[in-house]
Structures are given as C-alpha cells and as structure tokens.
Design a protein around this ligand. Structure first.
Ligand SMILES: [Zn+2]
Length: 282
C-alpha cells in the first residue's frame, strides 16, 4: 500500500536514476490503466525525462512539455528495470522504454486493475481533478493553525486523515501508526479534539511519516523493491503486545482493510466491536 513515505522514496530513487534518460517508446499493455488519449502515448517518443515528483500519493514523471501522472492505488509499483519486460508479464500496465535499454515499468500486483496513468501537458498537472483537490502535504505536517483548521471537522479521525482533500499522503497503514503515536482513538471526531490533542496528532504525523522515510533512505538501495520494508509498529499487528505499553493490540476488520489500535492507550481500555468477528460468532 504505497502511501506518502513509500511514494516519496520511489520518487527520490527514480529521479536520481532517470536524470537525462530519453524515451524511445511507450506503451500501455494494461489498456484500462491509461485514462487519457490526447496527447497519445507516442508523443513521449524522443523526449528526455526531466524529473520525477510527488503530489500526495501520486507520482509525476516529467518529460519536457509532457507529464505522466501516476496513481499506484493499493497494489501498483513504478520501477526501473535494466531490461525490457517479457510480453508475458501480466502485471505490466505501462512500459516506458528508454533509449539506453532500460525500462520504466508500472506494474500492479493482484487481480484488480486499479492503478492508473494520465499523460498530460506538463502545465496541466495542477488542474487534474485529483491533484487540484489535494489538501496540504502531510510531511512536513502543516503549521499548527493550519492543521487545527483542517482537522476541525465532525468526522472520525481514521477516515478524516485518509481523506486526501483534508491532508495529502496518508492511507490505511500510516493512519494507524499516526493515531497510535498520538494516543487517540480512531473513532474520536476531529472537531471534538482539545487543542493539546490536535497538536499531538500533528506531531505524530511528522514523526511517523518522517521516521518511515528516514528508514527507507537507510535500507533501500538504488532500486525500490516489490515489497516495501515498512517499519510498522501497530498496523496489522493485532494480537502482539503494544510496543509502548505491552497491552495486546486489537483490530477491527473492514471489507478492504484492518484498523489496528492499542486499547489501553487509545480507547480508554475498551475493545471495540469487530464486525467481522461478531458476524462469524452469530
Ligand atoms: Zn499501548
């Protein structure tokens, strides 16, 4: 699940490796992944790659006057390979072949095709519906007054922090880590927090995401691996002791994801009802 730290390290590694490379050709074996048709992919032929950057959890591969806006969704990876993909690689969604023989490849794991790419004029990236509606980046966390205003909404913290229009870059893994660091329940509402709690949450954003990125800088070499070495302390660790207080971590299972937390420090000792579990017990 690539979120801000995972996408940022991908951007840094790709930017370093791609500087000066020229596009030989581009094709989209995953037809559904390419969401634009004008300009056509062929317009990339012969252009130099001029930079890689990030907008929230999305990547932008800049190619002169053009830009590829890439959303990895939950299972996509944008990686650089020394050799071209085999035609049988069914995970390939977009192939950007470089004149030096390397290949920038968007792959997606799993059965669902959800990752997407748009080829846009470089100047139009900011107008894209997903980019234009992004809230401020979560790392570094916005200034205290700005953050307090963003969070002041009558919504539960878990979906609120994952809403890219509120704050950009946080998803289902890091939200658990941030709430655990802040010692706040996922079911508290943003508008109900005391100023001191808002500040704790802001600091937790910075610490959790910053520490993850620092970790990646140390352990990830020139190539970003298929499986990210995510330094998670609570997410999906239900049943294990809380690294801070030793209480058994609990979780609530939703259809697509798991919300993990420490009952002692986040929910006043209460173990919240796990719908999946209660359904099974019926
Ligand atoms: Zn704890």
């Amino acid at each position: 699940m690539p979120e801000l730290p995972e996408v940022e390290i991908t951007v840094r590694r790709l930017a370093a490796a791609l500087a000066g490379a020229e596009v030989e050709s581009a094709l989209a074996p995953g037809v559904v992944a390419l969401k634009t048709y004008d300009p056509p992919l062929q317009a990339l032929t012969g252009t130099p790659l001029t930079g890689v950057s990030r907008r929230g959890k999305m990547l932008v591969v800049e190619a002169g006057e053009l830009a590829l806006l890439v959303h990895l969704m939950s299972a996509g990876r944008l990686q650089l390979y020394d050799k071209r993909a085999s035609a049988r690689d069914r995970s390939a969604r977009l192939l950007v072949r470089l004149a030096d023989g390397r290949e920038l490849r968007l792959r997606e794991f799993g059965t669902r095709q959800r990752a997407w790419v748009k080829l846009l004029a470089a100047g139009e990236v900011g107008d894209d519906e997903y980019v234009a509606t992004l809230g401020p980046d979560a790392l570094p966390a916005p200034a205290s007054e700005v953050f307090a205003k963003l969070i002041d909404q009558p919504r539960h913290l878990h979906p609120l922090l994952r809403d890219q229009r509120t704050i950009a870059g946080i998803g289902r893994s890091w939200v658990d880590e941030i709430l655990w660091r802040a010692e706040l329940s996922p079911f508290r509402k943003g508008a109900e927090l005391e100023p001191e709690e808002v500040e704790r949450l802001r600091a937790a954003c910075d610490e959790a995401l910053g520490a993850a990125l620092e970790h990646y800088e140390q352990v990830i070499g020139e190539t970003v691996p298929d499986k990210m070495p995510m330094p998670l302390e609570v997410h999906r660790r239900q049943g294990e002791p809380c690294p801070r207080c030793g209480t058994k971590l609990e979780a609530i299972h939703f259809r697509d994801y798991v919300m993990s937390y420490c009952p002692a420090e986040q929910t006043g000792g209460r173990v919240l009802k796990d719908r999946r579990l209660s359904r099974l017990l019926k």
